[in-house]
Design a protein around this ligand. Sequence first.
Ligand SMILES: Nc1ncnc2c1ncn2[C@@H]1O[C@H](COP(=O)(O)OP(=O)(O)OP(=O)(O)O)[C@@H](O)[C@H]1O
Length: 346
Amino acid sequence: MSEKEKMDKENTHRQSSKPEEKNKGREVTTEREDGRKETEEMNARKEHFHPSTRSIQNTAHCKHSYSPKRVAVRPCLKQSEAEDELGGEVEAVSEEKDNKVKRKKKKKNKDAKNSEENEEPAAEVSDPKDDIEGDSVDEAEYYAWNELRLLPLLMKAIYSLGFKEPTPIQKACIPAAAHQGKDVIGAAETRSGKTLAFGLPIFQRFLEEREKADNMFAEKGEAAEKIAPSRLLQALIITPTRELALQVTDHLKEVAKGTNFRVVPIVGGMSTEKQERLLKARPKIVVGTPGRLWELMSGGELHLVEFTSETVGEVKAVADMHQRKAEMAKHSDAFIALPGWCISAS
Ligand SMILES: Nc1ncnc2c1ncn2[C@@H]1O[C@H](COP(=O)(O)OP(=O)(O)OP(=O)(O)O)[C@@H](O)[C@H]1O
């Protein structure tokens, strides 16, 4: 046996008889770390497949990271499972949550009470001018009406009807008829607002006349009565059908609410006696159909035959009246001026 072989044999013997001496220091530590790693991996694997922890592991793939509180409110973990896992923490979390909700509710109620208390005085100081039957009006929304320069009483009626802006036929007719005293022939499709296109100028003129009369009365006293507007009929509106006459009457009555001007329908299908009674009250505005108007005029109904300053009619109705114009002119001054204004959908 060579020298080298002898030495190798001796080394081999030493290694097998004293392993702890050889593995001192770094090598031992490595073995321990490997062992711990292996144990941790095994535990993790066991935990992953353990039924009580499985849901929790699954939630780890959710968007939010795992936390006991989140698990407690997540639907993927049953309450009993969560309780097992978290040892009563579920109850604590939900109690805490309940308390939070209660505190929030309390705060909300307190805030609502405070804002109510703060709002009350604001309502008290609102300007009564802006108040139309309890609803305040945002005048900026009605800006387009300003161009038409209607009197405040009429603007109030428009606010209460809620018409934010005039329709095209109203924009076209109102300035010429209300402020320039022109005769107007207007045509616009049905339901386009023609009634107020002639109705508002009529009321504007009547209100201006009334204002003038009031001023004159204040200046001249009793002497003004001779020149003040009389109780004669001042506007005659002629429509081709009874339904339209009633519709126009209703619409004008809405605008006339604040003015105390009376509007009366004179149409077929109603008792003549009743209509004579209505005319005796000397309404300022009559809305009628040609047949019944003719019947009452030729019967000598004074309020219709004396005088009218404005005549408005649908083309068909006016044409119908024109056929009898010569005869009618014997009875009423109104028809000499026909047509005053002619408004039509046709
Ligand atoms: N400026 C406005 N803004 C909004 N609605 C309006 C306005 N003017 C009138 N109206 C409404 O439009 C509807 C139609 O108006 P109106 O009856 O005057 O139309 P018309 O053209 O005379 O209809 P018809 O041809 O059937 O007689 C009514 O309900 C009326 O209240």
